[in-house]
Design a protein around this ligand. Structure first.
Ligand SMILES: Cc1cc2nc3c(=O)[nH]c(=O)nc-3n(C[C@H](O)[C@H](O)[C@H](O)COP(=O)(O)OP(=O)(O)OC[C@H]3O[C@@H](n4cnc5c(N)ncnc54)[C@H](O)[C@@H]3O)c2cc1C
Length: 439
């Protein structure tokens, strides 16, 4: 009998992992809450297509994507503009792809490899015996049913009920904290006859002096706007005011929404301390795999899907215990997860700053193109150096305590990450995840 794998949600990492496993003869079924045509979002995303190559999945056809444009950052006072250089490193070049297209492409690819996808089927909860995850409870057309498998892969995004409802004895973090969530409104507006902005991709830090970012991307046929706040509060009034303010700065933004217009949430935190259990593995936003400050998670999710498929295939007993799946977590952390921790520390610091602090950092050139590139994860992270630079710059008194705290933590972060056990041992792994959760 074939080994049976079920995947909660058609997230990117789950589809990649499922396709790779189905190709190797595993029996894979995805349960996805939405109807096929409703999956994905009405916008474009930026991410490196090299992640497809790394996962061993063919890239979408070339006419489906364009290179991303360099970002230009500005401060709350709009007195400074920092234009990022063109990316010349081919390996990390980002491309822009339509999300609806991307997800349909991955769905088709997975199905071609033999994955069954059950649409309009909602995962309600995990089924466990208190030691192992055995299956999922599902709801379709208001009817509840249960499915069981040798392994459950959780790719149902940040609010996955499979992760949130796991009993505490599994040691997996159920909830993300308020400041680890980015809530954003995104919509494309018609383009007026007015002159286009000088920079095609403008990012406003602490726009309207609120903790968060807004952006304006000038597309060929529309103006793509994002209004985002750290935390879960974003009212319609805040959205209206922020859009009006952007329209004042960029008259090319028209009145009519031509695409999107939804509010969505992204986890902006380091990866959860433990993403596996006996019979269970989380991937993508569900496990907190986005780059903490900017919220990009597609590439990491795709790469993690490949690492998970490798660990599953390499499990000699095919019993998918925590010990066997530790290989997945270890591989993911050493290749990706560890790099996100100091970015998460910076994110945490950002959520404690106010608009005056951000004006100070940009106006005094403490945050320059170099530091912004490291915050986005596009260059080797030097967050500790950035923090040292802030400390040397005689920061505003209100900032000092938080920056110093982050600086002091940097050494602990380094030590804990370097002590991650390569081999699974219950006690050592429990001890490590406890320490990681506290840094
Ligand atoms: C406005 C915005 C802009 C973004 N821009 C970028 C970008 O430019 N680049 C980038 O890399 N990332 C971007 N991201 C982040 C990116 O969307 C995620 O990191 C990425 O989608 C990875 O998520 P995932 O694949 O784990 O899960 P998701 O994309 O969240 O997919 C989860 C799937 O599970 C399904 N599901 C959820 N609950 C259930 C359930 N109970 N039962 C069954 N199915 C369920 C959902 O319908 C969905 O299909 C952006 C996010 C937002 C909100």
């Amino acid at each position: 009998m074939k080994t049976k794998i079920i995947i909660a949600g058609a997230g990117h990492g789950g589809l990649v992992c499922g396709a790779l496993l189905a190709e190797k003869g595993y029996d894979v079924t995805v349960y996805e809450a939405k109807k096929r045509r409703d999956i994905g979002h009405d916008w474009t995303d930026v991410f490196p297509l090299a992640s497809f190559d790394e996962a061993g999945i063919p890239r979408p056809p070339q006419n489906k994507y364009i290179p991303s444009r360099p970002i230009c950052y500005t401060n709350p006072n709009k007195t400074v503009q920092i234009r990022m250089p063109e990316n010349t490193n081919k390996k990390s070049t980002n491309s822009v792809l339509d999300r609806k297209y991307l997800i349909q492409y991955l769905l088709r690819y997975a199905e071609k490899k033999g994955v069954r996808i059950r649409f309009a089927t909602e995962v309600v909860s995990p089924i466990t015996d208190g030691k192992r995850v055995l299956g999922l409870t599902l709801r379709k057309n208001n009817r509840i049913s249960c499915v069981f498998a040798d392994l459950i892969i959780d790719a149902a995004g940040m609010d996955s009920p499979a992760r949130r409802l796991l009993p505490a004895c599994f040691g997996i973090q159920n909830e993300f904290e308020e400041d680890q969530i980015f809530t954003c409104y995104r919509a494309c507006y018609e383009k007026t006859q007015a002159e286009e902005p000088e920079n095609q991709y403008m990012v406003h830090f602490f726009h309207m002096r609120e903790p968060g970012i807004s952006w304006v991307i000038t597309e060929k046929n529309c103006m793509d706007i994002l209004i985002g706040h750290f935390g879960t509060t974003l009212t319609q009034e805040q959205i209206d005011e922020a859009v009006a303010d952007l329209r004042g700065t960029y008259p090319a933004i028209g009145e009519t929404v031509v695409r999107g217009g939804q509010v969505a949430r992204i986890p902006i935190r380091r990866t959860i301390p433990l993403m596996i259990s006996d019979g269970y593995a989380a991937v993508g936003d569900c496990a907190g795999m986005t780059i903490p400050i900017i919220g990009s998670g597609i590439a990491n999710s795709i790469r993690a899907g490949k690492y998970l498929a490798d660990a599953i295939e390499q499990d000699p007993n095919q019993t998918f215990t925590k010990a066997a799946l530790w290989q997945y977590q270890y591989n993911y952390f050493t290749k990706i997860g560890n790099k996100l921790v100091m970015i998460d520390k910076l994110r945490s610091l950002c959520t404690k700053l106010d608009a005056d602090d951000v004006d100070y950092l940009l106006e005094k050139n403490i945050l320059s193109a170099n530091e912004l590139a490291s915050g986005s994860g596009s260059v080797e992270l030097s967050a500790s150096l950035l923090i040292q630079k802030i400390l040397k710059s005689i920061p505003r008194v209100t900032m000092l305590a938080n920056v110093t705290k982050t600086f002091v933590k940097a050494n602990t972060v380094k030590r804990v990450l370097s002590e991650m056990p390569e081999e699974y041992d219950e006690e050592t792994v429990n001890d490590w995840t406890r320490q990681y959760a506290q840094i």
